[in-house]
Write a protein that binds this ligand. Structure first.
Ligand code: UDX
Length: 430
């Protein structure tokens, strides 16, 4: 079976390397020449643990081929995974121009029965859209379009590929279902087989519900701060309810990344387009958008409304640990908002500094480690819960800070550190 992946970003590359490791021959089509060159030499152009090793292993086994040439490959493909980006438009609508472009290329070049798999996060009805493009030049019997959304988390994408909770197969024929099950057989995970439209909604419902859980515990955290309660204990207790579950109940600076913000807004747009006002999802989006402003006010209060001659150290810019991705990152939003004050800002992140320097203005001081950030700072703000921030040399930190104040937006530490002479502020604890 010849498998082709179109678009080798986060999703496409993990899919390609994962399937190659199952033993399939996988061809990857990517337009970006620079990215293509990197990949051919076994270099992953972003940080994702273990992905580069697996890429190199399968390049050596000649199971992976990278090209920018559609012509030769589409005709020989039995299964084509569309993994191109679906960036949000200003109104929240998903931009499907890349999906359309790729569908047209495929439509002109497929030969023999081919399964086209929509892997990108696409709004409901996109499978139909792809089918309509393909049937202009191909008989309905010569292809099937399958919706097979992924649930990969950045920083643990390979783990999530190999051990997904479920494999969603949205299709219209048994033939297509059988082919997808043959591909995913090595996973030995539960299938949810349904129609394309239901599979497309599952992806948005899944992500939006997770975003709702996070936003809910963030709101409870804000309440806890004002009523002398402990949000971590609340999260632990409600998480013990089997109907809720403990995951995604960690309070923080709000959800970021390339998925939740985009998917929540897209779902709201899809609701509106179908005359359904998704009030809860809209409230989640609004609450998350306002979170950083709320935290800047809290920082202002901690600093007694004084930013003049104040230095603030920021630890963590990536939107979560184990990634260099800063898209919609709370760290970026926080630094941008604080840069509007007179405070001097210093930042450090273990992986995201290169991306941060492209995004943030030059008045920010980019440091090479946590202690440089802490030096002469009046306040140290922990924004991303990198493991290496969990065992800082607090004795040294206290000595080099102008004032030993820590705002811990991920509750990595606890009030215990007040014994070391710190002023400690957490999320959801007074
Ligand atoms: C998410 C979904 O988890 C994944 O299934 C989907 O395929 C893509 O989007 P990702 O965006 O990589 O994955 O990261 P995730 O680990 O879900 O975190 C998303 C955001 O929520 C991050 O900003 C993270 O810091 C935040 N978060 C997560 C919390 O604030 N609290 C939590 O308890 C969990």
């Amino acid at each position: 079976m010849q498998i082709t992946i179109i678009g080798v970003g986060y999703v496409g590359l993990v899919q390609a390397v994962g399937l190659a490791d199952f033993g399939f021959n996988v061809t990857c089509i990517e337009k970006d020449k620079e990215k293509l060159r990197e990949l051919k030499f076994g270099r992953v152009p972003f940080y994702e643990p273990d992905l580069e090793d697996l890429l190199r292993k399968n390049l050596k086994r000649n199971r992976l081929n990278f090209t920018d040439n559609y012509l030769d490959n589409i005709a020989q493909s039995d299964v084509i995974f569309i993994c191109v980006g679906t960036p949000p438009k200003k109104n929240g609508e998903s931009d499907l121009r890349f999906v359309d472009q790729v569908s047209k290329e495929i439509s002109n070049k497929i030969k023999g029965y081919t399964v086209i798999v929509s892997k990108s996060t696409v709004p409901v009805g996109t499978s139909r859209r792809i089918e309509n493009i393909l049937k202009k030049k191909n008989s309905l019997k010569s292809f099937d379009v399958v919706s097979n959304p992924e649930f990969l988390r950045e920083g643990s994408a390979l783990e999530d590929f190999i051990r997904p909770d479920k494999v969603i197969i949205g299709c219209r024929t048994i033939k297509a279902e059988k082919i997808l099950k043959k591909i995913y057989k090595p996973l030995n995970r539960p299938y949810v087989v349904t129609n394309n439209e239901t599979a497309e909604v599952i992806k948005y419902a899944n992500n939006s519900f997770l975003a709702t859980k996070i936003t809910f515990i963030n709101e409870i955290a804000d309440l806890c701060e004002n009523i002398d309660a402990e949000v971590e204990t609340v999260a632990k207790a409600i998480g013990l309810d089997g109907r809720i579950g403990p995951k995604f109940l960690h309070p923080g600076p709000g959800y970021g990344g390339s998925c939740f913000p985009k998917d929540v807004k897209s779902l709201i747009y899809q609701g509106k387009k179908n005359s359904i006002d998704l009030k809860i999802v809209k409230a989640v989006d609004k609450a998350n958008e306002l979170r950083i402003k709320f935290l800047v006010k809290r920082i202002k209060k901690i600093l007694n409304n004084k930013f003049n001659n104040i230095q603030i150290g920021i630890l963590g810019i990536s939107f979560k640990p184990n990634t260099d991705d800063i898209r919609k990152s709370p760290g970026i939003k926080l630094v941008r908002d604080l840069s509007k004050t007179k405070a001097k800002i210093k930042v450090y992140d273990p992986q995201a500094m290169k991306n941060a320097k492209k995004e943030l203005n030059k008045t920010i001081e980019f440091c090479s480690n946590e202690y440089e950030v802490a030096k002469n700072s009046n306040l140290l703000v922990i924004v991303t819960e990198w493991n290496q921030f969990k065992n800082l040399n607090l004795f040294k930190i206290k000595k080099i800070m102008k004032k030993p104040m820590i705002l811990d937006l991920r509750n990595i530490y606890s009030k215990e550190i007040e014994k070391n002479g710190f002023y400690y502020y957490a999320i959801g604890n007074n």
